[in-house]
Write a protein that binds this ligand. Sequence first.
Ligand code: MG
Ligand code: MG
Length: 275
Amino acid sequence: MGMIIYKTDEEVELIRKSCLVVSKVLAEVGAMLRPGITGVDLDKTAEEVIRDHGGIPSFKGYKGFPAALCVSLNEQVVHGIPDKDQPFKDGDVVSVDCGVFLNGFHGDSAYTFAVGDVGEDVVELLSVTNTSLYKGIEQAVSGKRIGDIGATIQEYVERHNGFGIVRELVGHGLGRDLHEAPEVPNFGKRGKGVKLREGLVIAIEPMVNMGQKRVKTARDGWTVFAKDHKPSAHFEHTVVIRKTRADILSDHSIVEQAVANNSNLKEIGLKMELA
Ligand code: MG
Ligand code: MG
């Protein structure tokens, strides 16, 4: 993955702009998501929003990925290819991941939506995954280490209902490249790994399975799914390491607002107070 590239304040502001477009895309998805539409419908709108803001979809063409969005349904964990033949239905769990390249820098964020009448167990899965992201972000301050982020996420997730934290896919540094050093696993040991320093920009992105942690890749070469076919969730923020608290560059508040205004979606709570 190469060496770590720390960002200047000016570069961080450019990444924030890219992240804001990503957040607008996720909010738009949150506004339009309902039973009957498809991943391709979401993807078309996403690409329009990105291009309207002068951006380029980071994922489209990345190692041959065919779309602007990853749309991962139910037991799909990440990297789902938007599908025109499978309309969303009541009870679906829809993870949407988006990247935007603008002014030379990438932004990256993901959110998982609950369509219609999902079970309490699904609400719990999404809430625990979302909360674990913020628990990880609390560790993303200078002087801590990468392992502090992963260990905190892992410990929090594994305390709940036998949920499985996915090991095969990890968060990452980002900036001029979508994936830069260091890797940011969602598991690990406290006090281990790269020391965090101000100006390091990372995507933290826990992927949590309702069942076992094992995943497989589908025959399309992209879609990662839970081996036991139970639902999976994915939440992601791009953050920059600072002295006492990370600065979150992506913005889920506009996504949550869209969800609250969309009667087809269930709201996902947090199990902690944000400092
Ligand atoms: Mg992402
Ligand atoms: Mg990412």
